[in-house]
Design a protein around this ligand. Structure first.
Ligand code: SF4
Length: 490
């Protein structure tokens, strides 16, 4: 019987099927990590090692993978009153945990006049539910060992901050996860894949994706949820093909799913079978060719922008410019340099929340022009609303693959950008990535946003007439108009 570990708890929160596969497959059944995935994992390990190196810790010694010996060595050290222990081995009949740190606290337990609490070191800037549940899992094992439940657990975050939380607040949730993990371990066939955001970076993707495609799994359809899949399957609509031809007569026949949702899912199934997006009929739209597209490539681990790029006008033959700040301090001047000369009232198209968030954070501390933010228009939201895609779309690579039928990674994976900075041709690779992404965004804009449902190109708006009357806040007006409020209509 494979023991349930903290990693299984962590995986379960991401994807039930991931935890299930991890519980019955061996590591050699996973696809090999890519070079940049290895790089990211090493950074995480180095961060923990560097953090622990600053502390005075003791680690149990035992033969490799002999966890019985490891648990015995841990117990000895805990009874001896070790102040801070690194990678203790905590085990029970069917669970095993190796928390990053155990910290000694006053207060009697079966170990003596003291007891311990769990701390885990994480590379994220904010705590997440999966990380908290992992600490609670370790804490429950520790409580069995020391005969006392510590009141708190803690996460050490990337900036060295310690975030403490009450264990009692999460015990019920952790118990539920462990019960589910036991069920999955005993009955692995009760779980199956569901296409979701995490699949693209998952080491089981080469197993799950072909399986879902072969079965015509309903999760391949844009807008599908776990609940809707299970209802549809329950009423006999089991594959994407079934769904594309599914015209239930009444609410009962469609499992009481909302009629609008049902129509949308059926259209998404048809788009999947056709392999092309279906542009939605929209009451009004506008051509944004005189805007620019602005984009950034980041190193999330280091909280750094590695490059900003701009395409102006926002078409595939627009002029591409870019800047590559070499430090956090250079980011703002680099952004200003990129924006210099760009018409002050034009719309700035960007993809997702990242750029706006970065600008907001800097606007507090810099001499930022608040009108700039009013000019930001999120292409991600616009593209999502403008068409039904052949598969779920969340990140830019999804839109590129399913909206344009292009290889979204031909300019490299955004996650690899931090690794490129250590390479001789790093700047050239960042430039290529920025350029490719911007051209893809311009193509998406042209093919999805600038095209009506009938396939006609939406005309450019007429030039604005100069007003002789009192001046208004034109930049704000432009961005509003770009958001569809009082703009050129078709
Ligand atoms: S590929 Fe997707 S469905 Fe499969 S285990 Fe990974 S996250 Fe889960």
């Amino acid at each position: 019987m494979r023991r349930i570990t903290g990693t299984h708890v962590y995986s379960y929160v991401k994807c039930q099927h991931l935890a299930s596969l991890d519980l019955y497959l061996s590591r050699k059944d996973r696809r090999p990590s890519t070079e940049w995935e290895e790089f990211a994992a090493k950074r995480g390990r180095d961060f923990e090692d560097d953090y622990v190196a600053e502390l005075s810790v003791v680690q149990p010694e035992y033969p490799e993978r002999d966890f019985v010996a490891g648990a015995a060595a841990t117990l000895e050290l805990l009874k001896a009153g070790t102040e801070l222990m690194h990678q203790a081995v905590l085990s029970s009949e069917d669970r095993l945990g190796m928390p990053d740190l155990l910290r000694k606290l006053d207060g009697a337990s079966e170990l003596g006049d003291h007891h311990y609490e769990v701390l885990d070191v994480k590379t994220s800037g904010k705590s997440r539910g999966d990380q908290i549940l992992q600490v609670v899992f370790y804490t429950q094992l520790l409580a069995e060992l020391q005969g006392r439940m510590p009141e708190h657990g803690a996460l050490i975050l990337k900036d060295g901050r310690e975030e403490r939380f009450l264990i009692a607040d999460y015990v019920a949730a952790c118990d539920e996860v462990v019960t589910e993990l036991r069920r999955l371990r005993d009955d692995p066939d009760s779980s199956r894949p569901f296409l979701q955001m995490g699949c693209s970076g998952c080491y089981h993707d080469e197993r799950c994706l072909p399986e879902m495609k072969a079965r015509g799994d309903l999760s391949l359809v844009q807008g599908m949820s776990h609940g809707a899949r299970s209802i549809l399957e329950g009423i006999g609509c089991r594959t994407v093909k079934d769904l594309a031809e599914f015209y239930p007569e009444n609410a009962r026949a469609r499992g009481n799913l909302d009629a609008t949702l049902m129509r949308r899912l059926r259209r998404a199934a048809a788009a999947h079978l056709a392999g092309a997006p279906v542009v939605e009929a929209r009451p009004r739209a506008e051509n944004l060719n005189r805007s620019a597209i602005i984009h950034m490539v980041t190193d999330a681990f280091a909280d750094r922008v590695l490059g900003f790029g701009m395409l102006h006008p926002a078409t595939e033959d627009g002029k591409f410019t870019f800047v590559l700040p070499k430090s956090v301090a250079e980011e703002w001047p680099a952004f200003r340099e990129l924006m210099a000369g760009f018409p002050p009232r034009s719309v700035l198209l960007h993809f997702g929340a990242g750029l706006r968030k970065w600008h907001e954070e800097h606007a507090f501390s810099r001499e930022a022009d608040p009108k700039v933010e009013a000019r930001f228009v999120d292409l991600q939201k616009r593209l999502k609303a403008a068409a039904i895609y052949p598969a779920p779309v969340i990140l830019l690579p999804d839109f590129v693959e399913h909206g344009l039928d292009r290889d979204p990674l031909r300019g490299g994976h955004a996650g690899a950008a931090a690794m490129w900075t250590l390479e001789e041709d790093g700047d050239a690779r960042l430039e290529a990535k920025l350029r490719t992404d911007l051209l893809d965004m311009a193509a998406l804009k042209a093919q999805i946003l600038d095209t009506s449902a009938e396939g006609e190109v939406i005309p450019e708006p007429a030039p604005r007439k100069k007003k002789a009357t009192k001046q208004t806040d034109a930049s704000t007006t432009d961005a509003k108009s770009a958001d569809g409020e009082g703009s050129t209509l078709t």
